[in-house]
Design a protein around this ligand. Structure first.
Ligand code: ASP
Length: 327
């Protein structure tokens, strides 16, 4: 009798722990890093940003509860931010020197190391969807420009005229920069979006979507669509999405370096992200990064005065913040 009771309790503990393990999930998002001050961003605007980040996290959580995998959640969460004029991705992207919007995006799965990206596209409404299509339905990792658009069309993705991405604010930002002839690109690109997810099956995925940098020329491509620079995911190490001055991130192999620090130096994801941000600072670069490992440990690091950011966990923990001195 006593033995049966012990067995019963052991079974109960086993069921409880496996159920918890299956239900564990985490989402971390960013909406860009940069120079941010409370003076320049009034309370109303701050609330708008926070509400949009909250909408993205809430949708992602519901999808995970409904059994969606990490890839699906990364795409859907990023879609919310791409469709919002607040961010430098999709609608509201920054302008090139020639007055167009040229978008980049990438996605990577931690289980398979499959990845997809598009760069310099002008008419794909949601570039992260095109990145996913490249990953799942092509033999390539990155497609660019008109070829990427042609592929996206064949995949049945929504194509829009370039003016769909127009916002007054970003256009003005280009005009300001064109007046100061010597500045090549602006630091006011804030708003690249990214998402890393741990799903209930223990798989990681990372995605990033951006308009790049204001006043970019000659088909300039930043880190965001480059696997290993702006985006990386490996179940064995971590999932990473970056935002900041892309040229530095490319030169550092930023996202992949974080994964390597976790893999070869046994650093935690947070330690690895911090170490990489230190390298960025030493080189004179600015920006931020979000990271997540398969155990659900998160990182949100940046060397700017702010980064739009947030996370939500199956434990009920949740936070959304903008400035460095928050949380
Ligand atoms: N990393 C992006 C780029 O260099 C810009 C950003 O994240 O602000 O294109």
């Amino acid at each position: 009798m006593k033995q049966n009771l012990v067995l019963f309790f052991l079974a109960l503990i086993f069921t409880a722990t496996t159920t918890f393990a299956q239900e564990k999930y985490v989402i971390v998002i960013h909406g860009g890093a940069g120079v941010m001050s409370r003076d320049k961003m009034n309370e109303e605007l701050r609330a708008e940003y926070k509400a949009k980040l909250d909408e993205a996290l809430t949708l992602g959580e519901q999808l995970l509860k409904d059994g969606a995998d990490a890839t699906e959640v990364v795409v859907k969460v990023i879609n919310v931010m791409e469709d919002s004029p607040l961010f430098n991705a999709g609608k509201g992207a920054v302008f090139t020197h020639d007055g167009f919007n040229e978008l980049d995006a990438s996605i990577m799965e931690g289980k398979t190391l499959n990845a997809g990206a598009v760069s310099g596209v002008r008419d794909i409404k949601n570039p992260i969807c095109a990145a996913r299509a490249v990953m799942e339905n092509s033999e390539h990792v990155m497609l660019s420009g008109t070829g990427a658009s042609e592929f996206a069309k064949l995949q049945g993705l929504e194509i829009v005229p370039n003016k769909y991405f127009y916002t007054e604010r970003r256009y003005e930002s280009l005009q300001q920069l064109l007046k100061k002839e010597r500045e090549r690109t602006s630091k006011d690109n804030m708003g690249t979006v990214g998402c890393v997810v741990l799903d209930t099956k223990g798989n990681l995925c990372a995605g990033t979507s951006t308009g790049g940098m204001t006043n970019k020329k000659y088909g300039r491509i930043g880190d965001s669509p480059i696997i290993g620079a702006g985006t990386y995911a490996n179940n064995k190490t971590c999932a990473v999405s970056c935002t900041g001055h892309g040229e530095y991130y490319i030169r550092l192999g930023f996202a992949r370096d974080i994964s390597a620090l976790v893999e070869y130096k046994n650093l935690s994801v947070d330690e690895a992200c911090r170490a990489e941000i230190d390298k960025l600072s030493k080189m004179g670069g600015t920006g931020g990064v979000i990271g997540l490992d398969a155990k659900g440990n998160i990182a949100m690091e940046f060397n700017t005065s702010g980064m739009f950011r947030g996370y939500i966990k199956s434990t009920g923990e949740k936070d959304i913040a903008i400035f460095k001195d928050e949380n």
